[in-house]
Write a protein that binds this ligand. Sequence first.
Ligand SMILES: Nc1nc2c(c(=O)[nH]1)N[C@H]1C(S)=C(S)[C@@H](COP(=O)(O)OP(=O)(O)OC[C@H]3O[C@@H](n4cnc5c(=O)[nH]c(N)nc54)[C@H](O)[C@@H]3O)O[C@H]1N2
Ligand SMILES: Nc1nc2c(c(=O)[nH]1)N[C@H]1C(S)=C(S)[C@@H](COP(=O)(O)OP(=O)(O)OC[C@H]3O[C@@H](n4cnc5c(=O)[nH]c(N)nc54)[C@H](O)[C@@H]3O)O[C@H]1N2
Ligand SMILES: [Mo]
Length: 771
Amino acid sequence: MAQRIPHCTHWGAFTCLVENGRLVGTEPFKGDPDPSPIIPSVTEWTKTDRRILQPMVREGWQPGGAAGNRARNGNDRFIPVSWEEALSLVAGEIGRVSQDHGNASIFAGSYGWTSCGRFHHAATLLKRMLNLVGGYTGHVDTYSIAAGPVILRHVLGSADACSGRATTMDTLPGNTETLVVFGALTPRTAQSEAGGLATHLLPEMLRKLRDAGVRIVHVSPCKDDLPDWMEADWWPIRPNTDAALMLGLAGEILRDGRHDQDFLDRHTSGAGQFLDYLSGKTDGVEKNAEWAEAITGIPAAHIRDLSRSLTATRSFLTLSWALQRAHHGEHVYWSALGLAALIGQIGLKGGGVAYGFGSLNGVGGPFGEGVSPGMSQGPKPIDSFIPVARISDLLLSPGAPFTYQGETHSYPDIRLVYWAGGNPYHHHQDLNRLQEAWQRPETIIVQDPMMTATARRADIILPATTSLERNDIAGSRRSEHYVAMHKVIEPMGEARSDYEIFSALARHLGVEAGFTEGRDEMGWIRHLYQQSADYIRTATDTRLPDFDDFWEQGWVQVPMTRDNTYLSAFRDDPAANPLRTESGKIVLGSKKLAELDLPGFPSHPAWQEPAEWLGMAQADDMLHLISSQPPGRLHSQLETGPSSLEQKRKGREQVRMHPADARARQIGEGDTVRLWNARGQCIATAHLTETLRQGVLVLPVGAWLTRDPESGLDLSGNPNVLTLDIPTSAFGQGPSAQTCMVNVEVVAANTRDSSEVYQQEIDALVRQGSG
Ligand SMILES: Nc1nc2c(c(=O)[nH]1)N[C@H]1C(S)=C(S)[C@@H](COP(=O)(O)OP(=O)(O)OC[C@H]3O[C@@H](n4cnc5c(=O)[nH]c(N)nc54)[C@H](O)[C@@H]3O)O[C@H]1N2
Ligand SMILES: Nc1nc2c(c(=O)[nH]1)N[C@H]1C(S)=C(S)[C@@H](COP(=O)(O)OP(=O)(O)OC[C@H]3O[C@@H](n4cnc5c(=O)[nH]c(N)nc54)[C@H](O)[C@@H]3O)O[C@H]1N2
Ligand SMILES: [Mo]
């Protein structure tokens, strides 16, 4: 009989079936109405192929900042070392850099999703350890949302609307009549939640919306961003032009005098600036349906018709997070707010605007009042940071100034990089530029269970266990459950848990007592649970079960806020419930931004051409590349799992394209194609589909970079060798991954450009996957 052991991941809670110490299967959490197909893939973690099984040091690397050999191109040899040796090397490097250059020269932003366990959360533990020895340079915001929260903090006084403590989706059915979805509203992305989840909510919510007869307009280059059975009107917009559509809709409303002047007067500031821009008083260009059609490719008649429905019915706008992961992403989010303000339904049930519904399971779901059972990073001795996606700039330009939220800072001189729980060679844009930047530090330490592309570019590699090999607890403010993550199997090879590794390093650095506070793994898990239980008891009067009962049962439900309409109190009485903005109101024309006068950052919602898009003068026959979240895995995690492999073809990622674009390039279904631009190149397998707007390619993120060192060609189909590494703006400095133009062609037509390695590798891959 198999043992049944409760566990959790970012894509769901489940029971592990274990026989003779081996994981033989999984069963989804019984209360989950729509379990993720990624769950069974976790058995991949117990295979040795891609695991790091012992500490290793890169051949040629020398401690002490010696010049050494800094190839770090993914093809170096690694020499196994003992844990003792590895730990003293790491501690030695931290001590040396801290002493000789100051702690700001240690980069430990360490962005990444790691495992969902809140206790062994790798980046938190890294920061906790470093804060005890003088601190580090960290990062602000996330790759998920950066431009969005930055602008919303300025114009709404809070990023809540973007992170889920805002309007809950359960307020829509029965109230909303017209719903405009910009981007996606799909179980594909709602499979996941940072910190874990037990119940998947979106499919049921979508059924309720459909059954309530809500008219849905779906604005996206991809039709399947909304399930077919939702029967929406699909508006295949040109990528990165949503702001123009929103402003065109707003301009139509204004011209007809259908805007809610009373709402603008009582609840917004600087509206005059915005209205003058819409009417064309500022720049001589009226923002109307025809103007928007020329930019977006959506027919003016449709735009005009929708603008009428938006004011004639109870209407709601929702924008995926992806829309702000693009050049000028701040102004897309702000334009939606401007449009919603003109409509005047913000704060009314079923009306207004939301950011990120369905981008994660819990955004738009009920939210908790509790604190997530997470570790503390401790007080920060220094406040050195970069905006999260400026990593290449940081390494390439020490000392250079950068602006963020209107203030000027400068990049520190990084000597040591420590990454635990993230994969920059998955998540960062323009990986060839990162490769250049990656040569600069003296020492790079990577701690991960898997031999990722980042680990292969480290100097010291520390093997971490996966969550299956240790005890932990899952939970977050966007999840209705805390889940007991019992240890399922023994550690693989010499892998150690993140807590063990950092405790040992803390010992080497003389700060063990401060780091552990005398607690071991179970001591901490118990403590974190109790802290959250105490908080919930005070905040809500709900008493959670004792820890031992929770641990045995495997999960516990926590109280949540439902049926919430964001800004309803502010709507009712703006004077008594002011926003934390420059005016206490929604900012539609910003004094601060007008004073700052940042290049390319108008002080009101506005359309600006992105650096690369289908409307650009030199587009030639390039196509717009969208790199979206993969359906069968979480980013680069479990890339070789069955649910990920199912999406691949001929051993690599599939790039989706419109049949007309394929025909024009003599590309057939299943052909191996090369995608390239000035930044890089990769190959992928072509899949032709009419569910895309013409001119658009979709290549999911997360393929494990397999870069031929000579040609630079990536054989896996990783879009980040192509994407653009520029900030969304000088204000928000977010990643602009969705702003990217590429060429595509059949590989066979291009053999003359390729090195022998490239051809052999392609042949091998094609043989592997053929049939
Ligand atoms: N082009 C493009 N790029 C994108 C995006 C896009 O839309 N387009 N999306 C961006 C977004 S939204 C995000 S969030 C990022 C995601 O980027 P990441 O969060 O960096 O991606 P993951 O693959 O989840 O990386 C997590 C790493 O942690 C490791 N890990 C797992 N468990 C543990 C553990 O217990 N301990 C340790 N030490 N390590 C562990 C995994 O093996 C993996 O290497 O990608 C971004 N990149
Ligand atoms: N299965 C799975 N789920 C995930 C993740 C994963 O790796 N795998 N990652 C999780 C993470 S970390 C995050 S942050 C979220 C991200 O959640 P999202 O940002 O919502 O997800 P994406 O797939 O990047 O983008 C959603 C859709 O936006 C559309 N889109 C892109 N550009 C434009 C545009 O200019 N205009 C319009 N109208 N639409 C556009 C694309 O068609 C795309 O399918 O997903 C989470 N969910
Ligand atoms: Mo993300």
